[in-house]
Design a protein around this ligand. Sequence first.
Ligand code: CAA
Length: 380
Amino acid sequence: MDFELTDDQRLIQQTARDFATREIEPIAAALDKTARWPGEIVAQMGALGFLGMTIPTEYGGAGLDNVSYSLACEELSRACASCGVIMSVNNSLFCDPLLKFGNEWQKREILTPTASGKLLGAYGLTEPSSGSDAQTMQTVAEKQGDGSWILNGSKNFITNGPEADHVLVFAITARVDGRAKHTALIVKKGQPGYAQSPHDEKLGIHAAHSCTIYFENVRVEKEYVLGDEGGGFKIAMATLDGGRIGIASQALGIARAALEKAIAYSKERKSFNQPLATFQAIQWMIADSDVELDAARLLTLRAAAMKDRGLRHSAESAMAKLYASEMSTRVTHRALQIFGGYGYTTEYGMERHYRDARITEIYEGTSEIQRIVIAKNAIG
Ligand code: CAA
């Protein structure tokens, strides 16, 4: 077993770190405060290849591996968790399924501009009354005589939804023996019958906009069906196996930002005439956080390496996402504690990391859902 990154992976990590430190970190607090969509950062991420990292260069991507993707997502999220998830959704939840299940036309016409950052993608599974139990969705699509589909329903909490050019929408297209059959449809924004809400107001990741999208008799031409008719639920699940690596990486970045700041502060700030870092209570908080962060990174990179080797990684991605997200909540909690009252104010930005960490336990499957996936794999 080799724990060393390759030279190429180190280069990507360093490139992402430099870009994030130079371009994103200085504006991250303002993005959080104003909830402004970071259009200029999204454009730069596209130009640098961060929006289609694992997509072959012939389809507009950077042609890299999933380990590099995870490393880059951690670095971007360390600077700004909103930018991290914008990037992760485009990579994992839109480009990855188009590469895996798309036909040549879809790869040329839709994947290529999205992987290169000219267009933006989103993923529409969740509905107002169907989150964890994803099969119970209400959105339906009915096949027409010419092979096109008429789509009706709504999807909510759609990250990148307000800005996306295409949304990968999962809809019920048949019922067999009372069981719903789902199909994945690539839906273009702005057609007749397509509407969206203002972006959601949230606890954290303020600059990563999400919204509800409504479909009222939206026509989807047959060229826009992704994969097999009736095979959509498996596409949704397989896609989330990859997406959970992205969210685990985002959680790592958030935790690392908080821990690095807490360590620096503990060396400067004195209490009882000594730097905080000399107190064992503080050292233990830092030590526990350091161990947990490292363990989460190992789980995440293992899942990414398995994906690179073409192995089924559903349980490993769920383990990485479960542990990394809960770790991020614990680490940001401790880091804020080290800052004391200053942590609770907006002055040092610790409360941003604390708020941003929380979503990683919820989206792309709650911690409870990750435990279901892990237990199913363990028990059989
Ligand atoms: N890969 C391929 N196929 C899979 C799969 C996977 N990872 N997981 C399940 N399947 C297949 C099963 O083999 C099964 O196939 P058959 O019908 O042929 O037997 C089929 O899919 C149904 O599987 P289950 O019976 O296990 O399905 P279930 O209804 O019990 O649900 C679940 C399983 C794990 C709870 C699932 O519903 C789930 O993951 N829920 C959470 C949904 C979620 O993560 N939502 C997040 C929304 S996206 C988001 O947050 C994006 C954002 O904006 C950031």
